[in-house]
Design a protein around this ligand. Sequence first.
Ligand SMILES: NC(=O)c1ccc[n+]([C@@H]2O[C@H](COP(=O)([O-])OP(=O)(O)OC[C@H]3O[C@@H](n4cnc5c(N)ncnc54)[C@H](OP(=O)(O)O)[C@@H]3O)[C@@H](O)[C@H]2O)c1
Length: 306
Amino acid sequence: MFKVAVIGASGLLGRALVDELAQQAGWQVVATAFSRPGPNTVALDIRDARAVEQFVEREAPDALVIAAAERRPDVCEHNPALARALNVDAVRSLATAATLRGAWTLSISTDYVFDGTHPPYQHDSAPAPLNAYGRSKLEGERALTESTDLGCVLRLPLLYGPIVDWAESAVTSLVPAIAASASREGKAAAMDAWAIRYPTFTPDVAFVIRQMLERHAHGDAIGGIVQWSGDEPMNKYEIAVRLAEALQLDAQLTPQPTPTDATPRPHNCHLASDRLEALGIGRRTSFDVAIRQVLAAFPWQGETAA
Ligand SMILES: NC(=O)c1ccc[n+]([C@@H]2O[C@H](COP(=O)([O-])OP(=O)(O)OC[C@H]3O[C@@H](n4cnc5c(N)ncnc54)[C@H](OP(=O)(O)O)[C@@H]3O)[C@@H](O)[C@H]2O)c1
């Protein structure tokens, strides 16, 4: 039996990962959540180092995947102590506890460790985060590598996938404004056309993580930093146009050529996925196919549409 602990299993990526791993014969998954516990999850506050130690001691996983984080840039900007507690200190205590038990730790990081001026970025390109979120995640990467030789960082870009709330992903969070613009009295919705993103489907990331875990299970664990990204560049305006098509909404969308965010965000952090591709790891579902799956499973009910 190969046992994997998924920390943050109630989140956007964590749920997709549990779905993927639960299909593996001979694998056991122990899933943790914090404010959204479910019938099959263990409650764990990763800010509590003692509770983390006890959890790892009790469950004795062979591998631990850290998908818990504070990932909202605005929250990190206004609450750097929370960002540090979740994105740095908790990574250290989880990786330390896992290493003591001989478990491999995979910690999820972000393309926001880069400043977005010189894409594409390799795993060993120089990081230069522009905001508190990116800085905390970069420190988290360092906390992992300082805590263990038995660990790996996986950097990811903008994620989307099966949701339980429109706001869960920066892709689906555009839907209410798109629908409002399509209503009878609707005004045109301005959409950012400056920042270039590579939306990446969480079930594809879960597939990649499963392949990485398989290598560890076969005694060939991956170390250091790896990156995975979708390969379709899009700005938010283009994402919104494709969402409107998928929703069959006659949306009024206007491209916004300059950034309007309060928190500074990088222009284009395209992550090169070469290291994983060279290992034969990866899967990419096209955006138009994947987004239709997401919308079919969580249909727009016309909350603000006419
Ligand atoms: N979403 C993106 O576009 C994106 C892009 C690049 C990288 N990433 C990275 O990918 C990873 C997963 O992100 P995500 O989008 O899946 O995040 P998410 O949906 O916000 O989920 C966050 C998870 O962290 C858990 N959590 C929060 N506070 C906790 C605490 N004190 N103790 C234990 N668990 C806690 C949450 O549990 P509850 O919900 O139960 O409270 C939830 O399971 C993160 O490392 C993020 O930085 C995300």
